[in-house]
Design a protein. Structure first.
Length: 637
């Protein structure tokens, strides 16, 4: 009986050892608790996102007069199948405003509006404008914020003390610079995973690795091992979520309930990063830096408990994607094992079925308001199916062939007829156009088939920048530590001492929103009411709430009133008559000419206001404040 029990124990240990990539003898010697990794099946790999990116033939034109590039072949083909009709292009005013907000996060100037509308008969004017905007420094500032949301970026630790990370802003500036330079996305990822290994003599490459350690942390925690465990798990989960759109963090404590990701998969991938995590008590996280030689063993943590180390695991990639041997052996370089370089190369290998699909989908989402896959950080079994799977693969394949260039992808999307469609039916439409519109509203309510362009609200950062730009006071200074504009007194009263020391130079208060200090436990008020994420976790889709504090903030906050006063001062200085002041205010806020009815009603409003006694705010300021509170001001058509 004793021999039988020992035999059973030995066989169980062998199962553990084989699945965890250790020898049975070592397992027995270290008294490892049993863990059996479920083998993968062909069915596990049959999910659409785990299949290789397919070569796709572009469909024939369904709407040849509407089509502008190959994207429209795919969109038009699906619309025709669903008996839907695409919409014609938006008006030039709306199209210019949409384009500049999409690429730069700023409103077009009156001069840009005039030049674009006058070029109405120039077929290449729009394409030239796209190229021009892509070369402006503001492009990187706009698109960096999208990536920082994914990277859970903040300049503080979070938790109770929310201590400042003095150098965190360097990572934000690195992202802006990389995007402006159109750093190929494969290199963009490589440097954030292994910049210190790839370019060991380049400080900026090491700064890029702050991506891995941008999450919240508790430097004063008593148990150093608990802190290390938490940081490593959060880091590994974020890489899986952001780069691969897989929720591998669900496998920290047990095998993933739905996706073919085991607990051993998670800890093998975590082992890749272990040598690079050097933590010091009461010191905030910074960059990755390898400990060499690194002799500690990597373990699977039973039930996700750092006090319960299980089988020893070796660094490896995810089995379901690797399809062959997932073991990962880095090529050692000076002061580093090379593990993370090997991981980065695996992530961006053309054979990896996820990385290109994921980033192409994210960029599509940010241009259209929803992705071709509407769960941008979950391509797993419970994630959404792609609405246009052939288009997704065609874009992903082309993205790789075009050198992983994000700017080329922008240009392709923005010059499509699908992106340029109008969002509203004009009053002058024909009966046929009205019927097509009605069908679009009934059968494509969520615009998933893109039978029209989806109307979208601006983010809080863009609303603030637009108010600063409208008033002519936007400070275009770039880079450097985050700035702290004044906060309402009632909010300051809730903070600890010196948690928000207002920047002394007042001109700094009017810099772009991406340079406003990002405190994890306190979001700048206009950002918070308009759904900015806290930075405590990766955010792939911001909320889109409609709440009373939003309208109250735009109408009653000190900031809104100051911006209205600045705009009133600007139009008064630029225009001599009330009529011209009204027209300029409309151009600078709504980016279109005021109608004659709007001018008449605005004049009546100003005349009535001038006859009211004891005004602390001028009627023109009230008009400017009203324009900044229009739906048209905060929504993009």
């Amino acid at each position: 009986m004793k021999k039988l029990c020992l035999s059973i124990i030995w066989r169980t240990t062998c199962i553990v050892a084989l699945t965890a990539n250790i020898s049975p003898a070592v397992a027995e010697e270290t008294h490892i608790v049993a863990y059996t990794e479920t083998p993968l099946t062909n069915n596990d790999r049959d999910h659409w996102s785990f299949k290789p990116v397919a070569a796709v033939n572009v469909p024939e034109d369904a709407f040849p007069e509407w089509r502008r590039n190959s994207i429209d072949n795919f969109i038009g083909h699906t619309l025709a199948q669903k008996n839907l009709t695409p919409q014609p292009a938006a008006h030039r005013y709306a199209l210019l405003r949409r384009l500049k907000f999409d690429l730069l996060g700023l409103p077009p100037t009156p001069e840009e509006i005039a030049a674009f509308v006058e070029s109405d008969h120039d077929d290449e004017a729009f394409e030239k404008l796209v190229d021009s905007f892509l070369q402006q420094p503001a492009y990187g500032e706009r698109w960096a914020q999208h990536w920082l949301d994914l990277a859970r970026f903040a300049e503080t630790d979070g938790f109770e003390h929310d201590r400042i990370r003095p150098d965190a802003w360097k990572y934000r500036d690195w992202v802006i610079t990389a995007l402006n330079a159109d750093l190929p996305y494969d290199d963009f990822l490589r440097l954030q995973i292994a910049g210190d290994e790839i370019q060991s003599d380049d400080e900026s490459a090491t700064v890029a690795t702050m991506f891995c350690l941008s999450g919240p942390d508790m430097p004063d925690i008593n148990l150093a091992e608990e802190r290390r465990h938490t940081v490593l798990n959060e880091l590994t989960s974020t890489v899986g979520e952001v780069v691969l759109a897989l929720q591998i963090g669900c496998a920290q404590c047990h095998d993933h309930k739905y996706d073919p990701v085991s607990q051993a998969d998670f800890y093998r991938m975590r082992a890749i990063f272990e040598p690079a995590i050097q933590l010091h008590r009461n010191k905030s996280l910074g960059v990755l830096a390898e400990q060499q030689p690194f002799e500690a063993k990597s373990h699977l943590m039973l039930r996700g408990d750092f006090r319960s180390p299980g089988p020893i695991v070796q660094p490896a990639t995810l089995r379901v994607i690797s399809r062959g041997d997932a073991a990962l052996a880095g090529i050692p370089v000076a002061k580093s094992s090379g593990r993370r370089t090997a991981l980065a190369n695996w992530l961006v290998a053309p054979t990896n079925p996820l990385t290109a699909r994921v980033i192409v989908n994210r960029i599509w989402q940010l241009h259209f308001g929803r992705g071709l896959v509407n769960t941008p950080s979950d391509f797993g079994v419970l994630g959404a199916e792609p609405t246009h799977p052939e288009l997704l693969d065609w874009l992903a394949g082309g993205f790789i062939e075009n050198g992983w260039s994000i700017k080329k992808l922008h240009r392709l999307i923005l010059t499509s007829a699908a992106w340029q469609q109008r969002t509203m039916l004009p009053p002058s439409s024909t009966d046929g156009e009205a019927a097509a519109w009605k069908k679009s509203m009934q059968q494509d309510r969520d615009t998933q088939w893109l039978s029209r362009y989806p109307r979208r609200r601006l983010e809080g950062e863009v609303i603030r920048d637009t108010m600063l730009a409208a008033g002519g006071i936007l400070n275009r200074k770039t880079a450097g530590p985050g700035i702290r504009p004044p906060l309402p007194e009632e909010l300051l009263a809730t903070l600890l001492h010196k948690q928000w020391e207002v920047t002394g130079d007042k001109s700094e208060h009017y810099r772009r929103s991406i340079y406003v200090f990002a405190r994890r436990n306190l979001r700048y008020p206009i950002f918070e009411v308009f759904d900015r994420p806290s930075g405590n976790a990766s955010c792939s889709q911001r909320g889109n709430s409609t709440t009373a504090p939003q309208s109250l903030h735009l109408l009653n906050s000190r900031f809104s009133l100051e911006m209205a006063e600045r705009l009133a001062e600007f139009v008064t200085a630029e225009s001599a008559t009330l009529d011209s002041q009204i027209r300029l205010a409309f151009l600078r806020t709504l980016c279109r000419p005021a109608s004659e009815l709007e001018v008449r009603e605005s004049l009546e409003f100003l005349w009535d206001g001038a006859n009211q006694p004891n005004h602390s705010v001028t009627p023109l300021t009230h008009l400017c404040l009203s324009l900044m509170n229009c739906n048209e001001f905060v929504f993009v058509d």
